[in-house]
Design a protein around this ligand. Sequence first.
Ligand code: 13P
Ligand code: SF4
Length: 396
Amino acid sequence: MAHAKLVWQPPLPAIYRQLSEPELRFRIQDARDRLGPKLAILGHHYQQDAVVDFADFTGDSFELSRRAADQKGVEYVVFCGVHFMAESADILTDESVRVILPDLGAGCSMADMANLEQTEDAWAQLVDACPDQLIVPITYMNSSAAIKAFVGEHGGAVCTSSNCRNVLEWALAGGAASAALKPDQKVKILFFPDQHLGRNTAFAMGYPLEKMVVWDPRQDLGGNSESALRDADFVLWKGHCSVHALFRPEHVDQAREKYPDMKVIVHPECKWEVVQKADMAGSTAYIVKQVEAAAPGTQWAIGTEVHLVNRLARQHPDQKIIVLSDCQCLCTTMYRIDLPHLCWVLENLVEGKVVNEIKVDAHTRKWSTVALERMLAIKGTGNPIGKQQPVGTTVD
Ligand code: 13P
Ligand code: SF4
């Protein structure tokens, strides 16, 4: 039985908890200087500001995967993000590059919602139910390397929230098996593990909700009839982000009532009903770009992780920027990466010790590289989730 490897973060040496922030900053900078060009620090948009201050590159998961692939002559990549991002960085860098996650407890609850055994089981059932159709598996970046490898081995690709639409267009044309696609053969997408990104993107591409079913890995046929599975264009894995699930449609109504001129912009991991009520939806990089391009005085209610929203508010004091809801929309696992952990991994590197290395095994590496490289080769990234009229249907 294939289980995700359990990761356990040993307690930090006590000294790192006793250092003040200025001391930690001094020691981190000193370690960076000593490591020089051997080191690259990558930081996701959701990291706390103190960590972002030390990142050589900040970005969304798509930009950071490109940065990782571009690192030449670097010996160590310290990834300030979550486990699946560090795995992807290990896959995309040369074998000689050592990738380090400062806290091994920085996982992603969404990525944990699909494991390989469930995936293989779902695939076998779907192929049985739809023998005449071409099924193309697509996985969101927020998934384990094992799922990415499965997708690579079965003709599919990875996507991120920046390029999901482009990747789905590629997949609907047959993905890696497009040359073998028979005339009139139906193509079906099996999308892991975020049902919301899959639904929001497919809907924006013009597919009605009736052509999408949800696959619950705890039920036979994912909880669907064979005919519903055959008829569907998209089979969406029953996964979600517990942070973005906190945003609800009434938060959009409340923001509009209180600030009639406010624009609402959300991440596509939010539920379909929220995305439909918003003015715009897109990846973290898309959200950053919209705010950067906006005129002074623009008002925004932003539906994504609180660290990014608060940073944007600080960086753009001439605009009004609030979190879409007053719930604590905090990614607690991202938040585990802090100055003490960063200082600890860097000082170990200075002493020649690699702690918290993220290493993907050879078979997984081979096929997940295929899936990630297919994604990087698909052109036309950065498009948002376009807006369409709601069809009046609600979705769980
Ligand atoms: P991005 O692809 O926008 O970086 O989002 C990643 C993520 O984990 C959002 O929850
Ligand atoms: Fe995972 Fe959600 Fe955190 Fe993103 S915000 S890393 S999807 S738990």
